[in-house]
Design a protein around this ligand. Structure first.
Ligand SMILES: [Zn+2]
Length: 202
């Protein structure tokens, strides 16, 4: 049955429990008791439009399945703005099954990180990796999996073969791990290093 505009969309009474829905918001990753803005009954199931009480963005529940769903990949703290935006976008891609776009962004993150660490822009991706290795950000045991970020991104760009979900998930996880090692650990440590008074050596 298609929606013709004549079927009533119900708005739950804000004082009633059905006006709230508990879910993890796909926009801000927070578990909230969201506000059910509208409900529509179809023969296929119930459609609910919900509003996150934390970030204010809306999501839709089609017969119990939430869109956008929770983002894939961990939250990484302490990222510079451009890197942060690109990483967030890559995570967003996974939640809408845009695997090619995710892998392209992960490869692009290698560029953002390298440039942020002092590499010249408009170089090749291979040279960005060399730069990060020379600067000590990529250690020999990391080389294999960091190279995969570049290789998968390259395949996503140049080959007709589509990346499947599992490969894109791995590419994103490699990227997350790289960002964790380069930025998040330093960010976490800085909170302690700044506060700690130099101790007397005993
Ligand atoms: Zn939210």
């Amino acid at each position: 049955m298609r929606f013709t505009g004549t079927e009533p969309l119900k708005t739950p009474d804000i004082r009633q429990p059905e006006s709230r829905y508990t879910y993890t918001c796909g926009h801000c990753n927070t578990k909230v008791s969201g506000i059910v803005v509208s409900v529509y009954e179809t023969p296929l199931g119930t459609v609910k439009w919900v509003l996150c009480t934390d970030c204010g963005y809306g999501s839709v529940l089609n017969d119990g399945s939430l869109y956008p769903s929770m983002l894939f990949g961990p939250i990484i703290e302490g990222l510079p703005q451009e890197v942060k935006e690109a990483y967030q976008e890559a995570r967003n891609c996974m939640s809408v099954r845009a695997y090619t776009a995710c892998e392209l962004l992960c490869r692009k993150i290698l560029m953002h990180v390298s440039v942020e660490k002092g590499a010249k822009e408009k170089e090749t991706f291979a040279s960005y990796l060399t730069f990060l290795s020379e600067q000590g950000y990529i250690t020999p045991p990391m080389t294999k999996w960091v190279s995969l970020i570049r290789e998968h991104g390259g395949k996503a760009t140049h080959l007709i073969e589509k990346p499947e979900k599992k490969r894109a998930e791995s590419t994103l996880m490699f990227t997350a791990e790289l960002l964790r090692l380069i930025y998040e650990m330093e960010h976490m440590a800085s909170q302690y290093i700044a506060k700690t008074q130099p101790e007397k050596e005993t």
